[in-house]
Write a protein that binds this ligand. Structure first.
Ligand code: FMN
Length: 229
């Protein structure tokens, strides 16, 4: 199946059959998710995988408001944006760089700029002032200055990984449903996540039951949302 077919085939499925989805399929789709582009390559997200045998699955299904898409699924994947991973991942990236071929600017990006943007919470108001003063004179990235901006960055990257995952599952002939109709607070408790972590979505996986599709796909007219400038 080529990429366009996998995209066409993917639908949000609200009811699955009892067909088992082999772990290898999930593993392959997770590998595809790991290749998604992500901000500064810091990959500040995590996937928590619950299969049908998981002891905490029932608790998670309840926290997904007992949605059919969760209850009838074979696997559930919690996609978490975790900005606090930046430090560990940054150190790892630096270790992977090759001293002879990595440009000095890359080292200074990770050693100086990233800590200035991601760390030092107390710098937030100063960052805001600095960005906005600079912005008066030249185009300036005015974010991230706050913890909220940092969380937003992680959420964007985790959503791209989630899409890679769902398309890969579709390419393998199985189905998914992304869910944000969830109790994030309860899910964070189940996973013992830090306060700064955000649950981007929960993705259920299974094989579509014909009743799991709520009709033909509908999209608003293309020219409402696509503007050629
Ligand atoms: C971030 C996000 C959250 C969603 N949350 C839910 C949800 O909680 N329950 C649900 O049944 N569908 C959910 N959906 C699925 C959308 O309703 C679905 O993608 C949309 O109706 C388009 O249909 P399609 O995915 O079949 O093309 C969600 C989709 C996204 C991207």
């Amino acid at each position: 199946m080529d990429l366009f077919e996998a995209i066409q085939r993917r639908r949000s499925v609200r009811k699955y059959t009892n067909q088992i989805v082999p772990n290898e399929i999930i593993d392959a789709a997770i590998d595809a998710a790991l290749l998604a582009p992500n901000s500064s390559n810091l990959q500040t997200w995590e996937f928590f995988w619950f299969d049908s045998q998981s002891s905490k699955r029932d608790e998670l299904v309840k926290a997904c408001l007992d949605q059919n898409a969760a209850r009838t699924s074979q696997h559930l994947l919690v996609v978490v944006a975790n900005p606090s991973l930046w430090k560990k991942h940054k150190s790892y990236l630096i270790e992977q760089f090759n001293k002879s071929s990595t440009p000095a600017i890359v080292y200074s990006y990770y050693n100086k700029l990233i800590p200035m943007l991601y760390g030092y919470c107390w710098l937030a108001p100063l960052r805001w002032i600095l960005f906005n003063i600079l912005g008066l004179f030249r185009p300036t990235t005015r974010k991230p200055w706050s913890r909220r901006d940092i969380a937003e960055i992680s959420i964007k990257s985790s959503a791209l990984a989630a899409e890679n995952f769902m398309l890969a599952i579709s390419a393998k002939g199985f189905d998914t449903c992304p869910m944000e109709g969830i109790d994030e607070h309860r899910i964070k408790k189940i996973l013992k996540l830090k306060r700064s972590a955000r649950v981007t979505m929960v993705i259920s996986v299974g094989q579509r039951d014909p009743k799991g599709l709520w009709g033909e796909r509908v999209r608003v007219p293309r020219d409402w949302v696509v503007k050629k400038i």
